[in-house]
Design a protein around this ligand. Structure first.
Ligand code: NAD
Length: 247
């Protein structure tokens, strides 16, 4: 039977864990050829073993490194139908006057530069095909200021900006670019509070936080936009948060 991704090559980052893994799994189970990349070879091997028999090519790659991205493109081949930029890291919940250069640059390298670099490499193939779908994973922290520290919040607002610029500029070329903004999800991502000031403020704002959901629930939202089901959506920033953003 035909799946939503039958005949399509889909690149998924952060495929070793959490939301990326659930997304890559769903795409493969719906007939897609998945190029699954992650910085962790061990996590990728575990993912591949779990879905033995499906069309999954794993590539150990760091999205911040151009040479790694070149290997991903080589593995994917000439046609890339869809790209899910899921890999990302959290900050340590510090406000601006306490942020270190190290946290700022690491969070921006993965969450912003990583999305820019891989998308920049993939888009020429989509332009050549006159078709493509890109889904970026933002965050509730890409919608407002009360969900994380300054580095993560600024990085996810940058993801929203990249999404909107690309949606506008590539729409006429047949390429859709959307983002999903997850609420709390049970994954391996780490959130540590290093600042009493931020902890007090953010904990107060999280009073109406919904219960954390499984990564599969995010994969449902991401694959909706990634597949042709999202045919009329371009530049949408879709909160997938059980209604948290409506609070
Ligand atoms: P996770 O830590 O479980 O998975 C992220 C994966 O990305 C890991 O396997 C990690 O090895 C990989 N990764 C990290 N840096 C990488 C790099 N430089 N190159 C390639 N791979 C790299 O986390 P998750 O919660 O599934 O996060 C996925 C995305 O969802 C992130 O962008 C995160 O900001 C976003 N998000 C998560 C939540 C949540 O509550 N879990 C909420 C909002 C947004």
């Amino acid at each position: 039977t035909e799946g939503r991704f039958t005949g399509k090559t889909v690149v998924v980052t952060g495929a070793g864990s959490g939301i990326g893994r659930a997304t890559a799994s769903r795409v493969a189970r719906e007939g897609g050829r998945v190029i699954a990349l992650d910085i962790s070879a061990e996590r990728l091997a575990d993912f591949k073993a779990e879905l033995d028999g499906l069309d999954i090519t794993v590539v150990t790659a760091d999205v911040t490194k151009e040479e790694d991205i070149a290997r991903v493109l080589e593995a994917a081949g000439d046609r890339i139908d869809a790209l899910a930029n899921v890999a990302g890291i959290m900050d340590n919940m510090t406000p601006l006057h306490e942020v270190t250069d190290d946290v700022w640059s690491r969070v921006f390298a993965v969450n912003v530069d990583g999305v820019m670099r891989l998308s920049r490499a993939v888009l020429p193939r989509m332009l050549a095909a006159g078709a493509g779908s890109v889904v970026n994973v933002a965050s509730e922290a890409g919608l407002r200021g009360s969900a994380a520290g300054v580095a993560y919040t600024a990085s996810k607002h940058a993801v929203v900006g990249m999404t909107k610029s690309s949606a506008f500029l590539y729409g006429p070329s047949g390429i859709r670019v959307n983002a999903v903004a997850p609420g709390p999800v049970i994954t391996n991502i780490e959130a540590r509070f290093d600042s009493p000031l931020a902890q007090e403020r953010i904990t107060t704002a999280m009073a109406v936080l919904p219960a954390p959901v499984e990564a599969a629930q995010l994969a449902a939202s991401i694959t909706f936009l990634l597949s042709d089901d999202g045919v009329n959506l371009n530049g949408a920033i879709l909160p997938s948060d059980g209604g948290w953003s409506a609070a």
